[in-house]
Design a protein around this ligand. Structure first.
Ligand SMILES: Nc1ncnc2c1ncn2[C@@H]1O[C@H](COP(=O)(O)OP(=O)(O)OP(=O)(O)O)[C@@H](O)[C@H]1O
Ligand SMILES: [Mg+2]
Length: 261
């Protein structure tokens, strides 16, 4: 089973979009996928997969109030299931939880992953993290055997991520020596409409940082351009159109979906 976390230090890099489209594309390849909204600051799955009523959030499983089945919901797409983040008042409870409570949540996530795989037949679990290194974000990362760091070509976003790799990944490697980590970076929102001089500067810049991350054991997954069509499709007046977004980004996503497997 693959457990994948999308994360970044800086916000707005494209984690949620990539999480949703990866889940959708994998479900189309026949994998049974559970996509979990693990962002307690700015959850988004309800915009992509509108809930029908007052859905029981994933945190209700974390706190022991529900079993896993009770927090998993079907979407309109075969093989694709979601678990939602809680309402704003309950999010605060998770965000303010101390280290001990987070330790208990971590245990619950690990139990949940086992149930999802062994009893419910899921092949892939995807966590959409909040930006930064909060305790819930670290919990979700440490339960995953794969992760994607989503980066925009913005100096402080890249540097703050790179210089915190020590803190994030070294700890995680110690935490699970038995299951080696498999982490990649994805460049997203890479500018396209640039002149030749700016284009070669950009290429050189991305190449330099890709090499730096590579030396730290984190390979380059893929590079996704900034696309006006995506920005427009993400406005959506009603529910966001996942198949349309997948169609627009299809060619850029293929290598990523192959890697997630
Ligand atoms: N390749 C792209 N081309 C154009 N726009 C994009 C692209 N990728 C993401 N975006 C836009 O960037 C914005 C942020 O994307 P998204 O919400 O997925 O980021 P995030 O990392 O999950 O943000 P947060 O840190 O708030 O959770 C969205 O409005 C989306 O339209
Ligand atoms: Mg997000």
């Amino acid at each position: 089973m693959t457990t994948l976390t999308l994360h970044s230090i800086k916000g707005g890099s494209g984690k949620s979009l990539i999480a949703v489209l990866s889940a959708y594309e994998l479900s189309r390849r026949g994998k049974k996928v559970l996509l979990i909204d693990g962002d307690y600051n700015a959850p988004c799955l309800d915009s992509f997969f509108p809930p029908k009523g007052d859905e029981n959030p994933f945190t209700s499983f974390l706190s022991g109030g529900s079993d896993l089945r009770q927090v998993i919901y079907k979407t309109g797409f075969t093989n694709l299931f979601v678990s939602y983040a809680p309402s704003p008042d309950l999010r605060q409870e998770v965000l303010r939880a101390d280290v001990r409570t987070n330790g208990m949540y971590l245990k619950r996530i690990l139990e949940g992953l086992e149930v999802a795989h062994d009893k419910l037949g899921f092949n892939t679990i995807i966590f959409d993290n909040s930006s930064g290194i909060s305790l819930p974000a670290i919990n979700q990362l440490s339960c995953s055997n794969k992760s994607i760091i989503v980066l925009r070509p913005v100096r402080y976003g890249i540097e703050s991520t790179y210089f915190q790799l020590e803190t994030i990944y070294r700890k995680l490697r110690y935490a699970s020596i038995s299951s080696p980590r498999n982490d990649i970076i994805v460049w997203n929102q890479v500018p396209q409409k640039v002149n030749d001089a700016a284009g070669s500067k950009l290429a050189e810049y991305l190449e330099y940082w890709s090499a730096q991350f590579n030396k730290a054991g984190i390979k380059l997954g893929t590079s996704i351009p900034y696309m006006d069509e995506v920005a427009v499709a993400m406005m959506g007046l009603g529910e966001l159109d996942v198949p349309e977004l997948a169609r627009i980004l299809h060619d850029h996503f293929s290598p990523l979906i192959d890697w997630i497997g």
